[in-house]
Design a protein around this ligand. Structure first.
Ligand code: GLA
Length: 565
């Protein structure tokens, strides 16, 4: 009996290999081994900034800008077309057809253009009957579509999850993985199943990267939410296989501080760096964020480790990412709406014991030296990123210091308040420290304590308090000012100057008969007939249009709020 079964199985293997493949499909898929994306992919995608308004012209102009802006030299390589690139129906032979109005030279024409620039082309499809915008999907057409992509010269496929007929994601994505492999063309495979069906547990056997979250939008809250989900999945990332918290919103409307945080956190998490902004019109400040070589180097480090959250108490997050040269990238992220000092140690970040450590600030591009503490005063929603390495001998760089500025978030016009500044020396002992507080014109500042300190040993603090009085008359219903804590620090190499700005807001109170209400964080102000409201990144009221000031930090002029109507 046994012999008979064995003989039957052997016969099936010989004459019907397809049947055998079907039978074995229930076993786990073989690992993806396409040799691609050994560091996280870098590039651009049109979706976040343009939605369905994608075109050959846009893609080619963006490719040109990636070259002319220097981003190509920085490592940005993939120029990716998202949804809406095709005709609403397949042709009579079942082929996908690029929309001739949007892509007069077809996808092949764009690929040729992009390749001539030394860049690579990405395309979008869905592992369903339709794409998310209703165009034909690849479910059941995997090989035909993969062959088309390969024949056009596509180098990267973002594969979405809409209209999936309830078929398990792993089955649908594996079918396309195998179809891509069958083409023989190296094509990076990006799984866009929004973190569903526990993709992080099987994504590395199917794709080079897998989305871990729903769609990002250009708000701090959205970015923060994607960060939280993605940071917990660190163990699954490695060369060729990356967690993808979605495209970068840098340049799309968050504050510059938040933009830098997103870029820092994505790099610290070894996430794909795919810009979702309009690079053709991006400001120099936005391009400078995308072009921060020090931060990019952390993302692209060949060790391929995703940074791990080593503490997160009170919304003060510390991430540590080991790098191939033995140093560690440490990100200090302040999730909160008020500035805060965030501190960890070299030991907690996984560095070996040493007398001293260099801290290279990857945004300020300065280097200081610490005896072990890794610390910074971090603005609200901000991130400080250090590359930390053990050094010997100590004393080459200025001491690492932390200067906390406890300016109140709000003050009252003409009314004094007290601002305490706390200097902490994390480096070798310093010989002299002078603390100060800079204020805009019209303000009065008077020290309440001594401000000059002799020797401040390692790990010790020097504290000074100042009485500050804002002007009695303000220029606007909600006036914003910066109070700048400063320290001049004497060390063996000279005098080191550090500064910690903090923002103080002074609203002029709203007068009767006006009343204010918010179930959100908001500040209201009034000067005569001028009313103002300032929010902290979430909706203040449910205005119906996308131009609603849901992310505004300044009074809106587009629509009066209901309470003023
Ligand atoms: C989904 C994806 C997005 C984008 C759109 C296009 O929502 O998650 O990134 O590709 O589809 O329709």
């Amino acid at each position: 009996m046994r012999k008979t079964w064995a003989a039957l199985l052997a016969a099936a293997l010989t004459v019907a290999p397809v049947a055998v493949v079907t039978v074995t499909a229930a076993t786990p898929a073989a690992a993806l081994d396409n040799g691609l994306a050994l560091t996280p992919p870098m590039g651009w995608n049109d979706w976040n900034a343009f939605g369905c308004n994608v075109s050959e012209k846009l893609v080619e102009e963006t490719a040109d800008k990636i070259v002319s802006s220097g981003l190509k030299a920085d490592g940005y390589e993939y120029v990716n077309i998202d949804d809406c690139w095709m005709e609403p129906n397949r042709d009579a032979a079942g082929n996908l057809v690029p929309d001739p109005a949007k892509f007069p030279d077809g996808i092949k024409g764009v690929a040729d253009y992009v390749h001539k620039l030394g860049l690579k082309l990405g395309i979008y499809e869905s592992a369903g009957t339709n794409t998310c915008q209703g165009y034909p999907g690849s479910l059941g057409h995997e090989q035909q579509d993969a062959d088309a992509f390969a024949s056009w010269g596509v180098d990267y496929l973002k594969y979405d999850n809409c209209y999936n007929d309830g078929i398990p994601a792993q089955t649908r994505y594996t079918a396309m993985r195998d179809a891509l492999a069958q083409t023989g063309r190296p094509i990076v495979f990006s799984l866009c199943d929004w973190g569903e069906e526990d993709v992080a547990s099987w994504g590395s056997s199917v794709g080079n990267l897998w989305r871990t979250t729903g769609d990002i939008s250009a708000s701090y809250a959205s970015m923060l939410s994607n960060f939280h989900t993605n940071v917990a999945l660190a163990a699954g990332a490695r060369p060729g296989a990356w967690n993808d918290p979605d495209m970068l919103e840098v340049g799309n409307g968050m504050t510059p501080t938040e933009d830098r945080s997103e870029f820092s956190l994505w790099a610290e998490m070894a996430a794909p760096l795919i810009s979702g902004t309009d690079l053709t019109t991006a400001s120099p400040a936005t391009l400078a964020i995308y072009g921060n070589k020090d931060v990019i180097a952390v993302d692209q480090d060949s060790l391929g480790k995703q940074g791990v959250e080593i503490s997160s108490a009170g919304g003060l997050d510390v991430l540590a990412k080991p790098l191939s040269d033995g140093s560690v990238s440490v990100a200090l992220f302040n999730e909160n709406d008020t500035p805060a000092t965030i501190t960890t140690t070299a030991a907690a970040a996984g560095l070996p014991g040493a007398k001293a450590y260099t801290l290279r600030d990857l945004w300020a591009h300065t280097t200081t030296e610490s005896r072990g503490a890794i610390s910074a005063f971090v603005p609200a929603h901000g991130t400080v990123m250090y590359q930390v390495a053990a050094v010997s001998p100590a004393g080459t760089y200025p001491p690492s210091t932390t200067l906390a500025n406890a300016a109140p978030q709000q003050a009252v016009a003409g009314q004094p308040s007290t601002v305490t500044t706390t200097f902490t020396n994390n480096g070798s002992a310093v010989s002299g420290v002078r603390l100060g507080l800079g204020a805009p014109s019209g303000w009065k500042v008077r020290p309440l304590t001594g401000t000059v300190f002799g020797r401040v040993p390692t790990g010790h603090e020097a504290i000074a308090a100042f009485r500050v009085t804002p002007p009695a008359t303000l220029p606007s219903p909600i006036a914003g000012y910066t109070l700048n804590a400063t320290a001049a620090v004497g060390w063996s190499g000279g005098t080191e100057k550090v500064a910690s700005p903090a923002t103080v807001t002074i609203p002029s109170p709203v007068q009767a008969p006006w009343q204010t209400f918010t179930d959100n964080t908001a500040t209201f102000g009034q000067q005569g007939g001028k009313l103002a409201v300032q929010g902290a990144g979430a909706d203040l009221w449910g205005a119906p249009t996308s131009t609603a000031p849901s992310t505004s930090r300044a009074p809106s002029t587009t629509a009066p709020p209901p309470w003023s109507r």
